[in-house]
Structures are given as C-alpha cells and as structure tokens.
Design a protein around this ligand. Sequence first.
Ligand code: SF4
Length: 319
Amino acid sequence: MRPTGPLHLGNLHGALANWINMQEEYDCFFFIADWHALTSDYEDTRFISKFIRDMMIDWLSTGLSNEKSTLFVQSQIKEHAELFLILSMITPVPWLERNPTFKDQVVQMSNKDLSTFGFLGYPVLQAADIIMYKAEGVPVGVDQVPHVEITREIARRFNHFYGKVFPEPKAFLTETPKILGIDRRKMSKSYDNAIYLSDSPDVIASKVAGMFTDPQRLRKTDPGNPDVCNVFEFHKIYSNSETVDTINHDCRNAKLGCVECKKMMAQNLIKGLEPIREKREYYETRAQLVDDIILDGCNKARKVARMTMEEVRSAAKLE
Ligand code: SF4
C-alpha cells in the first residue's frame, strides 16, 4: 500500500478487511510501498515518513497484526532494489507499455508528469516485491489482475533464463463491498470525497449528512431505490440486518426520509469505527512502539529477502 496520505473507508473495505482475514490462513507479508509512492509523487517527499508511521498506525488499529504477519517498509529492504534492477534487465519494454493501468493513469493524472522511467517500470518493482517472498498469491481487485499477470510473466522469464527460483504467484481475487465516496465517485483522497479512519465523530457525521443518495429521489414522498444508494451500502456494513431490512422496505415505500436514514447510518458508522479510533489513540501516543514494530517487521522481511537474493545471484551467476 502506497503511503500517499491517511487511509479511508475505501482502503479499509477494499483491501485491509480482506488482509485481516487472510492473516488467519496464510503466512502474509504486507508492506508500506514508499518507493512506489515516488512513482507518481516524486516532487514533494516531505510527508512520506509521516505517512509511513500513520499508515502503520492505521494498519495496527484496524487489526493487522505484527505477530501474525510480517509488516514492513519497502525501502528498508534494499534487496528489493537489487532484484528490481536484475528483473528490469530481462523485462521487454512492450510488456510495460501495454499495462492498462499505465495508460489509464497517464490520462487520469494529467496534472503530473508521469513520463518517467520509474513510472513505466513500476510493475517490475512490483514483481520484485512479490516474488522476493516467493508469494503463492497476491490479494487484488479485478483491476489489478494485469499486474499480477506481468509478475507471473517476469518470474517465468527469469526461471527460463537462469533456472527455477520463483513460483508464479496467482491473483487472489477478492470481493469487496461497493462503497463510494460521499459524492458517489470512487472514494479517493484526490477527489476530496473520502471518510478517513482518523476522522472524528463530528467530521464523520457532517460528511455523512452531505452524502449523495438515490439521485432519482427528490422528496421524502418519492419512493427510493436503496440498490443505487451509497448510504444503503454503508448500512449493509455498519447496521444490523434488521435495520437494513427496515430501511430497504421503508425507503422503497417512501416511509423514510434520507436525512433520518443518514443520521442512523452516521451513528452506526461512528460506533463501528470506535474500536479503531481507540486503538489509534493508543498507538498515536506510543511512537516508539510503532517504530519498534516497523523495525522488527523489516528485520523479518530482510532475512527472507537475503536468502532469496543469494539464490538469485547464484542462479544468474552474479556471485
Ligand atoms: S432513505 Fe436511505 S437508502 Fe433510501 S435513498 Fe435515502 S439515504 Fe438512500
């Protein structure tokens, strides 16, 4: 996860919630991808170290566990850079140019100069990040599948030239709830439409009050359609099933107004985020503990990375 700012509910339900479950079943490596943050945000790096610590606090507060998983910071494991360099030697440029995310982001982020070598090559760094730990799988959404495919191709090409060192990782596709930002666009820091894990109850209540609902519903006397309403998606996560059923019925029959519905949702959301808020407060006042957790995770990751790089150098006759 790139440390480009505070985490929001889109990050929580789009990725973290799934990671937290995965820890029970798999030996997981989760890292804060600070080098990847540079691929698009290279001009102003003043806040990276703050974002790294904030991200680790968010992770720990939501339930990622440094005892169950290896939680580390990418740039602290220099082996990633060495593997990236070796893999970049064998990766054909057309593989990178056809990466759909690359084309998409160049258009979407037209306010940034993304004509850099690092941006074109970020899937190679991603491949290094993944195969360094001989990952069997990578939890991704559908839009990220092409990245895992490039990683598989790069691993295969390395194995073809130098002998089998790497397994080809699979995409572990994850279903995520379709929660959007308060303006019904994708929840994103850059759209200024996100509810952050660090938002206070007052801020959450005011953001929820401003949320877009069923666009066809203008008055309380109009029957609504919860299926197209973002507020209802939040209810499905944060309210109990009885409440969800009642809202579903009352909205469709024009018995419930959006203002009231949003108030209920805000209350349940604030309550649902309460344990995260409490843990955040705990870690925020214990900077040394967070630093120690990061250091410990980096040490664990480095051990594995060093072993892999010994194999890589030996296979590629670079000893
Ligand atoms: S009543 Fe609730 S579910 Fe129905 S449109 Fe309004 S906010 Fe959405």
